[in-house]
Every structure is written in structure tokens, then in C-alpha cells.
Ligand binder design. Structure first.
Ligand code: COA
Length: 175
């Protein structure tokens, strides 16, 4: 089959702890360029995630229901190995500010060194999401701040559940 006849699969990798509206914005933009987008959730234990991998996948699935041609999976090990397994042609990454660039540039070049056939495509989210990050969302939510405009509904609900659980655990632990 000729290249142009193949379904063009792009992989959007990340930790997504949790997914935000900024990530959703990037997925929407990627779908304008590629026929299929696979959201690939990295276990990333070095970040000590708040949500385990199944919770993160489940939230992304629910938050991307509006899109056809989006699938959500996890991948062990190197992204580039997973790219080959999925026969994907591009890695999607969001660039929010110049400060993202150095780290992203390093990763893109390392991935290219590992497989010269894979391109990294950088997309900019809507400017209303440029200050967003998953860590900021977690911090604001942990102090009872309002995050519902910034994350999908399912994420707001799950974050509220986590906060309630933490509160009940801390009260039961008191002597
Ligand atoms: N909207 C909101 N937030 C965004 C965003 C957007 N559009 N784009 C990025 N971010 C935030 C994320 O929420 C995250 O915030 P946090 O640090 O507060 O959690 C941060 O920007 C960047 O994280 P993320 O996009 O999740 O990427 P990452 O840097 O955690 O993940 C991997 C990087 C998973 C892609 C990379 O580590 C990887 O490929 N791992 C597999 C192993 C491998 O192949 N390593 C070699 C790589 S060269």
C-alpha cells in the first residue's frame, strides 16, 4: 500500500495526571491533521501520580467521547518502541510557552535519533490554556480552588472524590 493510502496515526504521549482542557484542545487540533490519534498514557512513576494508570485512562476515554478516531492506551518502556508497534508516523506534543521548548526539543531529537522515521509535531493550545499544567490543577484543587473551567467534568468529579477520601482518612486517623 502506498504511504498516502495508509491511515495516518499520530500518538499523543504524556502523563495526563490528570487530563486538562489544554490537552483536549491539542487532541482536537491533532485530529485535523491525522486520521487517528492515540492518546498514550505513560506510567511515569517518577512523577508520583495522583491517579493510577487505569483511572487516568478511564478519565481520558470519558473526556474524549465527543471525538471519533481517538483511542487511549498505556505503553511500557520507550515511546519509540510503542510508535513502531502502532505504526504511527508522528508524535504530538503541546507547546504552551517558550519555557517548554528546550525540554521538548531535547526529547524530539532523542526520539529522532532512536528512529529517524518518526517526526514530532508541536501544536499550540488555545491561549486561554497556555498557563495550565496538571500539577497546577492538583495544587489548586487540593486547597479547594475552583478548577471546573479548566478540566473535563469527569476530572472535576474524580478530584472531588479524591479530596473527600483524603479528608475522611485524615479524620479517622485522629485519636
Ligand atoms: N495543556 C495543559 N497542560 C499541558 C499541555 C497542555 N496542552 N501540554 C503539556 N502540559 C503539561 C502537562 O500537564 C504536564 O504537567 P505536569 O508536569 O504538571 O504534570 C507537563 O506539561 C508536561 O508533561 P506531559 O505532557 O505529561 O509530558 P511528560 O513530560 O510528563 O511526559 C513523556 C513525557 C511521557 C512523553 C516522556 O517522558 C516519554 O516519552 N516517556 C516514555 C519513555 C521514553 O521514551 N523516554 C525517552 C524520551 S526521549
Amino acid at each position: 500500500m502506498e504511504n498516502h493510502e495508509q491511515a495516518q496515526v499520530a500518538v499523543y504521549p504524556g502523563t495526563f495526571d490528570p487530563i486538562t482542557k489544554g490537552h483536549i484542545d491539542i487532541i482536537g487540533r491533532a485530529l485535523r491533521l491525522f486520521q487517528n490519534v492515540v492518546v498514550a498514557v505513560a506510567p511515569n512513576p517518577s512523577k508520583v501520580p495522583l491517579f493510577d494508570i487505569d483511572e487516568r485512562i478511564d478519565m481520558i476515554r470519558q473526556a474524549t467521547q465527543e471525538f471519533s478516531n481517538v483511542s487511549v492506551e498505556t505503553f511500557p518502556g520507550l515511546l519509540i518502541h510503542y510508535m513502531r508497534k502502532r505504526k504511527a508516523v508522528a508524535i504530538i506534543r503541546g507547546i504552551r510557552a517558550i519555557s517548554d521548548f528546550e525540554y521538548e526539543f531535547q526529547m524530539a531529537l532523542m526520539n529522532r535519533k532512536l528512529d529517524r522515521h518518526v517526526e514530532t509535531v508541536f501544536l499550540m493550545p488555545s491561549e486561554k490554556y497556555t498557563y495550565l499544567s496538571s500539577s497546577l490543577i492538583k495544587e489548586v484543587a487540593s486547597y479547594g480552588g475552583e478548577i471546573s473551567d479548566l478540566v473535563p467534568e469527569i476530572v472535576s468529579a474524580k478530584m472531588a472524590e479524591k479530596a473527600a477520601l483524603k479528608k475522611s482518612q485524615s479524620t479517622t486517623r485522629k485519636p
